[in-house]
Ligand binder design. Structure first.
Ligand code: XMP
Length: 332
């Protein structure tokens, strides 16, 4: 398959077209891979999940999925990947809890781009360590989608990026795999239609985008385990309340940011210093610019009440009203 989408390629908008696409890919993968093993870094995002499900259909246990928990996942996210892929789809899944490796390396590092680089580099190392333990792997599957290809073309033309969004570089030279990229000509909406046709859970297929460095770029400045834990709990409450109030699929991206500052509060008639939790909820088409979702006050009150009562260490909740530009979507 070439890396350029033919102009006359039909958009995948229906389950029937998705089925046809899946069948074609299954046949192509079988022909490409034969009886060899394929390795895949499975984050649980829609792209890698769809690639995993297509490959499971094509080659079953010849696919080896590696899920690296970098300790910066959202609440229950790794557990969910294990539940869907290992328990429901019977995938060959290796789960690596690398939390300590990542958090130890990130300790004291406050500069956002350095945090990103450390996370990206360590991710490669953890993944490569797992790959070296395996025998008979000749292929690497990737959840590359068409916008990634377009972005690389732009990058090659020398356009300057505001942030280094590319999460992972190439693998070390001793790991020389042939690539399998079944969704590289698809746009995101098409990937979702294919994901539904594959029977993946709706919540996984329509999951909001989540950056590769995860909560690492939302726990601002130098990450500490206690502030990261507070961020994770507060974020889970925000997501739960968005789901309860019909906002989960209406709003493009929504999350909590916890900066490294404390303010004075009062709890049980005593001074209570805590971090603020900042709500970010934006709508966009392509993440290049974004507008603010007008969250109903009742939802804001509920979220504030729950976070300040349920999350240890947080004593205020703020709502960020800044569009992109001038702000970026993430704070780092
Ligand atoms: P910004 O903050 O640049 O974000 O307005 C635009 C979109 O990109 C996501 N984002 C990232 N995604 N690795 C990623 O995979 C990153 O380092 C990264 N930084 C930002 C962000 O969540 C938003 O959807």
């Amino acid at each position: 398959m070439s890396s350029i989408r033919p102009e006359n390629m039909e958009r995948i908008t229906t389950p029937e077209l998705a089925e046809k696409f899946i069948e074609e890919q299954v046949a192509e993968i079988k022909a490409q891979v034969g009886d060899k093993k394929v390795l895949l870094a499975l984050s649980g995002g829609v792209d890698s999940s769809v690639v995993a499900a297509i490959l499971i259909k094509a080659i079953g246990k010849q696919l080896v999925c590696v899920h690296v928990n970098h300790g910066l996942m959202r609440k229950n996210e790794s557990e969910n990947v294990i539940e869907v892929f290992r328990n429901q789809l019977d995938a060959n899944l290796i789960y690596v809890d690398a939390t300590d490796r990542f958090l130890d390396l990130l300790a004291g590092v406050s500069e956002p781009e350095r945090k990103r680089k450390i996370i990206g580099k360590e991710f490669i190392e953890v993944f490569a360590d797992e790959a070296r333990k395996l025998e008979g792997v000749e292929f690497l599957a990737q959840g590359t989608i068409y916008p990634d290809i377009l972005e690389s073309i732009k990058a090659a033309e020398g356009k300057k990026a505001v942030k280094s969004h590319h999460n992972v570089g190439g693998l070390p030279e001793d790991l020389n795999f042939e690539l399998v990229e079944p969704i590289k000509l698809l746009f995101k909406d098409e990937v979702r239609v294919v994901g539904e046709a594959l029977g993946l859970p709706h919540g996984m297929v329509y999951r909001q985008p989540f950056p590769g460095p995860g909560l690492g770029v939302r726990c601002l400045g130098a990450i500490t385990r206690d502030r990261l834990a507070a961020l994770r709990e507060a974020d889970a409450i925000l997501r739960e309340e968005f789901a309860n109030n019909g906002l989960a699929e209406k709003v493009w991206q929504y999350f909590i940011v916890v900066p490294d500052i404390k303010s004075v509060g009062v709890k049980d008639e005593s001074r209570y210093e805590g971090w603020p939790a900042i709500i970010r909820a934006v709508n966009t088409k392509d993440a290049m610019s974004a507008t603010i979702e007008e969250i109903p006050y009742a939802v804001l009150h509920k979220v504030t009440d729950r976070i300040t009562h349920e999350v240890e260490g947080i004593n205020r909740v703020l709502y960020d009203l800044t569009p992109k530009p001038i702000g970026t979507i993430e704070w780092e």
